[in-house]
Design a protein around this ligand. Structure first.
Ligand code: ATP
Ligand code: MG
Length: 270
């Protein structure tokens, strides 16, 4: 479990996180929604001790992030992926980049070889194993960061706006990969300022000016966010289907169209 216990955080005199109480249990898929400057990156950096609370505590599986001696163990459990993939890629080939993190945590060589293939297969980039990372597209670079982190077998995957610097098609691909990571058994947190992206997660945490103003399902969050975010046709369409009792939760485009096709087919059979 990841637990925030009355966490406040400030940069110099600027309050950034205010009274954050939060519990994240194993196996959850959570989206942290917030506009620019709301404190998403700061909140995520608290989880692996890159930032420490000004007051209050953060625990990862019972380990206090303020205890320097526990940081190594905490960071092995928490894989972090940041907005800009460029800043995280270190290898001169895709394969080397994936190996690098594993070397750091002492994964034996034989084991490393197998894991490289597994994670490349997971992100569907096996044929790019020997490619130099600078030749990859933005979306592929982000997938490489996911693969390199996954190869270290973290329990938690924390992704800070993983879709914000890439094109819309790659964005879909990253969102699918997030769902796949969750299916794989990882506890996944990702942040976004794009409202449509909340549909892939059953739990939305909405951060406004450093405060959690909502914690619940995507359907429920919509009423709280309309004022600040506006809305989108995609979200309004799903809200309407929910009001009519046609679906009972929001879903991604693919699942939604499958659901609608199923409904049409079963009504034709009647
Ligand atoms: N290193 C820093 N020094 C001082 N203030 C900072 C620093 N980093 C962030 N801030 C401020 O802290 C607040 C929260 O920033 P944070 O980066 O956590 O928000 P965010 O939701 O991730 O924003 P974005 O959408 O821009 O990534 C903002 O007001 C920001 O200007
Ligand atoms: Mg940020």
């Amino acid at each position: 479990m990841i637990k925030f216990d009355r966490v406040y955080f400030q940069y110099d005199n600027l309050p950034v996180l205010k009274n954050i109480d939060l519990e994240i249990v194993e196996g959850e898929l959570i989206v942290l929604l917030g506009l620019n400057g709301s404190g998403k990156t700061s909140l995520f950096k608290m989880i692996n001790g890159l930032l420490k609370p000004s007051s209050g505590k953060v625990f990862v599986d019972g380990m206090d992030t303020k205890e320097e001696a526990l940081l190594w163990e905490i960071r092995k459990k928490v894989g972090m992926i940041f907005q800009n993939p460029e800043s995280q890629i270190v290898g001169t080939t895709v394969e080397e980049d994936i190996a690098f993190g594993m070397e750091n945590i002492g994964v034996p060589r034989d084991e490393m070889i197998g894991r490289v293939d597994q994670v490349l297969n997971f992100v569907k980039m096996s044929e790019l194993k020997h490619v130099e990372p600078h030749r990859l597209s933005g979306g592929q670079k982000q997938l490489l960061c996911i693969a390199s982190t996954l190869a270290m077998h973290p329990k938690y995957m924390v992704m800070d706006e993983p879709t914000s610097m890439i094109d819309p098609i790659s964005r879909e691909n990253i969102l699918k990969t997030i769902v796949d990571l969750h299916r794989l058994g990882k506890t996944v947190l990702f942040s976004t300022h794009i409202l449509d992206e909340i549909v892939i997660a059953p739990r939305v945490i909405y951060l406004r000016n450093g405060k959690i103003v909502f914690d619940g399902s995507p359907i429920e969050v919509i009423n709280s966010v309309r004022e600040e975010f506006g809305t989108s046709d995609f979200i309004e369409f799903q809200s309407d289907l929910c009001r009519r009792g046609i679906i009972d939760h929001f879903m991604d485009v693919e699942k939604l169209s499958e659901r609608l096709v199923d409904l049409c087919q079963s009504s034709l059979k009647k």
